[in-house]
Design a protein around this ligand. Structure first.
Ligand SMILES: [Zn+2]
Ligand SMILES: [Zn+2]
Length: 382
């Protein structure tokens, strides 16, 4: 604990005093700043794509080369070993907001969830890895855990020294690539546990404090879509729309092209729409209940909401039916390898029509979501 506190305090003090002074007296070259920026991103993405989406949630599979890189640059971020981090993070998801069991519970305040949790006493013998048995079988995770201190020290001194020497200013290398990079890396990734549970919208669930926040996503390599993440933690994406700023998602996806990642797990769009609609119905109901009972439009609004809800249930049923049919066809496809070609063509046609119906259903949910949004808006101004 004292080691952590000392590192946090000294790096922060150096970043706020020595760094500006040196910049004023000597100055920093663009190449040093560029190296620091690249190193910062390597740290951040190792935590988000490696520690978080790969090891904590198993949302995809990664080649050993990538896993070693994540282990090295993740250690450079000084946020503990993968095993400790991922085990704690799994507890965070399981007991989110619980004051006792969530290691960075937002219910204990912004400061605690940001950095306070890192500064508390860690009793090495009492670490509970019962929720991380799979990680204990991963040789790269265990190697990093065993030699964490040595790896962390090497990764924090060797690259800044070497790069500083190569670029002709060792002190600038240590100050910017070493210290400033570490301080920024710490506080931006800590936002995921702190601000992402305080500031933003809750479009998918309000069962916990997690929020979706685009500004935060910008500083946390895409982890700002935290409300989505807490509901669908098995998705390799946090920002599910193509325009969402989620560089972690882009890295994982792009790595499939060169064979470094595979088996990326996605939640079906329909389930995502369903979660959004569930929340919209909930909010519309609350608004309706809060209205004055004698309001002249009340019966009409009540009526439209009920109709919408009926349609929603119908869509759900139809979707379940389609899923059933889809599984059935998949099964047939495997057992019918010897059947006639005309059969195959027929099934192909069926599959495409099934696909179209899935898409239609998805579209109808989207439209419904828009209508309910409009209704809620009317209710809000009533
Ligand atoms: Zn998570
Ligand atoms: Zn969280």
């Amino acid at each position: 604990m004292w080691l952590q506190t000392t590192i946090f305090a000294t790096t922060l003090i150096i970043a706020l005093t020595v760094v500006p002074w040196y910049g004023f007296e000597v100055g920093y070259s663009w190449s040093i700043l560029a190296c620091a920026f690249v190193f910062l991103w390597a740290n951040g993405l190792s935590i988000t794509a490696g520690y978080h989406r790969l090891w904590s949630h198993n949302t995809y599979k990664a080649h050993p080369v990538l896993r070693v890189l994540f282990a090295l640059f993740g250690a450079a971020a000084l946020q503990n070993s993968i095993l400790i981090w991922a085990s704690g993070h799994r507890r965070h998801h399981r007991h989110v907001d619980d004051i006792e069991q969530d290691p960075y519970s937002a219910k204990r305040g912004l400061w605690f969830s940001h950095i306070g949790w890192m500064l508390r006493e860690y009793d090495g013998n009492k670490e509970d890895f019962s929720n991380a048995k799979d990680l204990q079988r991963d040789p790269i995770v265990m190697w990093q855990h065993k030699h964490y201190l040595a790896i962390a020290i090497c990764m924090n001194f060797i690259p800044p020294l070497l790069l500083g020497w190569a670029l002709g200013d060792i002190i600038a290398g240590l100050l910017v690539i070493g210290v400033v990079r570490l301080v920024i890396s710490h506080h931006t990734t800590f936002f995921i546990n702190s601000l992402a549970h305080f500031w933003g919208k809750q479009p998918y669930t309000d069962e916990n404090t997690a929020r979706d926040n685009t500004i935060l996503a910008f500083f946390t390599y895409g982890e700002g879509y935290h409300n989505y993440h807490h509901l669908f933690q098995n998705d390799y994406r946090n920002g599910v729309r193509w325009w969402h700023f989620d560089p972690t998602k882009w890295l994982i996806k792009a790595s499939t092209w060169i064979g470094l990642t595979k088996d990326l797990n996605r939640i079906p769009n329909f389930k995502i729409h369903r979660a959004v609609l569930d929340m919209q119905f909930k909010r519309a109901e609350q608004k309706l209940a809060a209205l004055n009972h004698s309001h002249e439009w009340l019966p009409q609004w009540r009526q439209s909401l009920d109709t919408e809800y009926q349609q929603f249930t119908q869509s759900m049923n139809e979707w379940n039916e389609l899923r059933q049919q889809w599984y059935e066809q998949k099964r047939l496809k495997f057992s019918a390898a010897t059947q006639e070609l005309s059969d195959e063509l027929h099934r192909k046609w069926e599959r495409t029509s099934l696909h179209t119906r899935f898409q239609e259903l998805e579209y109808s949910l989207k439209m419904q979501s828009k209508r309910i949004n409009f209704l809620t808006l009317q209710l809000a101004t009533a």
